[in-house]
Design a protein around this ligand. Structure first.
Ligand SMILES: *[C@@H]1O[C@H](CO)[C@@H](O)[C@H](O)[C@H]1NC(C)=O
Ligand SMILES: *[C@@H]1O[C@H](CO)[C@@H](O)[C@H](O)[C@H]1NC(C)=O
Ligand SMILES: *[C@@H]1O[C@H](CO)[C@@H](O)[C@H](O)[C@H]1NC(C)=O
Ligand SMILES: *[C@@H]1O[C@H](CO)[C@@H](O)[C@H](O)[C@H]1NC(C)=O
Length: 478
């Protein structure tokens, strides 16, 4: 089709009540690749791509402007705005978060430009700028007063509109020029066939492609088919590439007909499509048989750690520039996982929780030991390792890429396995010996994190969790 869209967006976040956390941060992204990072509280402004550094070095006046925005202009603006949003909503103490997404989209083929400016407060849409009428739209009753006030600022609106429709697309094109080698590249994916259980649809899964304008379909006798076919969405990977899948219901396909089917991956601008024949011997599975009955009394030691990922946003209407990035309160080693969580949830700004539960179970009577390791994201199970088969099991479609990648890292699984089946049980027995076996395993701990050891501050996290509003479905983003 004749539409190739590029975008420049800035996400900013101002928070109050989150201990040890910058009150203002912002990141900017081009085509969903992070290019700059701003921490207004600690006066840090950094390009995140080599070409972005070169762009700023070549344009010192731009560098001056963006650092001024980050250090001087935006933090107080957001602080004041956040305080007034808190008051208007009759909220008081606790964690509150104001986020903005500002930017523009430019269609390389048609030349069409779209701009957007939207604020969210505590995860709900609050107010946005309507470029057609040059007025603000209150998205919640409490935002009405802000709308009236901001509507009176005609010069401010004029500047914002000018920024969104002129400066922003110019900056975007400048970014595309400097970053062309990565932003305008094409990467072809690796394609594999996956199946959950022997009776599930066969999923044709492509991962590692760029950009995200890919087409996938199933064919029978070289003709595209639609019946029994289900398209998955294109999801971002942690490394900036993308993945997608397309499922084929094979329940009514007889075994001798399998060879008549194939899956096609097409990336515009790349001549050769990738064909994958439906072949039983090529199918990889995520399926593990239910483990046998748990017997008698087992005692477990569980270590739960959590990471709070705060996704940020800022606004610079007048000076007009945006920037964006995540801030992690607590780090764990799985940085790629964290990023994929984050990138997969790009539209949900705010505080996200990544939890890692790992531990071991020891059956006092039989002496059996089981290790386990599992990640949860925002209260939902995400990925876990099957210690017996030394395989990762994806519990969400977004985790599939991570699973495939981690599955190939046998050394790491082995190290984990040794730890959980040998070191951990030794600790456990030692704890029991000293009468410290107070941690008991219960069902859905992710919903109610009881935190313990491993490097993070449970008090901080619990406080943050308690005061967060319940999650609401996020609205469609431009
Ligand atoms: C906040 O309190 C004022 C005065 O009690 C009330 O008029 C207003 O509706 C409240 N606003 C919200 C969002 O609850
Ligand atoms: C990026 O631009 C340079 C200079 O114009 C050019 O040589 C190069 O081929 C471009 N790269 C891509 C991927 O288009
Ligand atoms: C696959 O097709 C069969 C019959 O054609 C249907 O009963 C079944 O529900 C389908 N499975 C899925 C996952 O859609
Ligand atoms: C699990 O235990 C139940 C009840 O003791 C028994 O009926 C069932 O066969 C057991 N299943 C397996 C897989 O051992």
């Amino acid at each position: 089709s004749s539409s190739v869209k590029h975008s420049l967006k800035s996400y900013s976040i101002a928070s109050s009540g989150v201990p040890n956390h910058p009150e203002f941060m912002a990141v900017s992204v081009v085509d969903d690749i992070q290019v700059t990072y701003c921490d207004g509280s600690n006066k840090i402004y950094e390009p995140r791509q080599d070409w972005m550094k070169k762009l700023l070095d070549d344009n010192p006046q731009l560098w001056t402007r963006v650092t001024q925005d980050c250090f001087e202009f935006l933090p107080p603006f957001f602080k004041i705005a956040l305080n007034s949003f808190i008051q208007l909503s009759n909220h008081s103490e606790g964690v509150h978060i104001l986020q903005s997404m500002i930017g523009c989209e430019w269609d390389e083929m048609t030349g069409e430009v779209t701009g957007f400016t939207r604020y969210h407060y505590d995860r709900e849409d609050f107010i946005e700028l309507d470029l057609k009428t040059s007025t603000w739209t209150a998205l919640r009753p409490e935002a009405d007063i802000i709308k009236q006030k901001w509507d009176e600022d005609t010069p401010g609106i004029k500047e914002a509109v000018e920024f969104l429709t002129q400066t922003c697309p110019e900056l975007l094109k400048l970014n595309l020029k400097y970053g062309n080698n990565s932003l305008l590249r094409t990467d072809v994916p690796s394609v594999s066939l996956l199946q959950k259980t022997p009776s599930s649809p066969v999923s044709c899964h492509a991962t590692g492609f760029y950009p995200d304008r890919a087409l996938m379909f199933w064919r029978k006798d070289r003709e595209e088919i639609h019946e029994g076919v289900e398209h998955g969405e294109i999801l971002p990977n942690h490394d900036g590439s993308f993945q997608m899948n397309i499922d084929l219901n094979i329940s009514s396909v007889s075994p001798e007909d399998w060879r008549r089917y194939d899956c096609v991956f097409h990336l515009p601008g790349v001549e050769d499509d990738i064909f994958t024949k439906l072949d039983e011997t090529q199918i990889r599975t995520n399926w593990v048989e239910k483990s046998s009955n748990q017997t008698s009394t087992s005692i477990s030691i569980i270590i739960i750690s959590a990471v709070v990922v705060v996704v940020v946003v800022v606004f610079a209407a007048a000076a007009g520039f945006m920037v964006h990035r995540t801030k992690r309160l607590h780090l764990i080693s799985e940085s790629s996982l964290r990023l994929s969580f984050f990138r997969g949830n790009m539209n949900e700004y705010g505080v996200h929780i990544l939890q890692l539960m790992h531990g071991c179970e020891w059956d006092e009577e039989t002496g059996d030991v089981t290790g386990f390791m599992q990640y949860g994201y925002d209260g939902e199970d995400f990925i876990l390792v099957d210690m017996k088969k030394l395989k990762w099991i994806a519990l969400k479609p977004q985790a599939m890429s991570t699973k495939l990648k981690w599955d190939s890292d046998k050394a790491r699984i082995k190290i984990n396995e040794q730890f959980f089946t040998q070191t951990c049980p030794e600790w456990l027995k030692m704890y029991l010996h000293y009468g410290k076996s107070s941690l008991l395993r219960t069902g859905h701990f992710f919903k109610n994190p009881v935190l313990s050891t491993s490097g993070c501050s449970p008090v901080q996290l619990a406080a943050a969790l308690d005061s967060l509003p319940s999650r609401t479905p996020s609205s469609p983003q431009p």
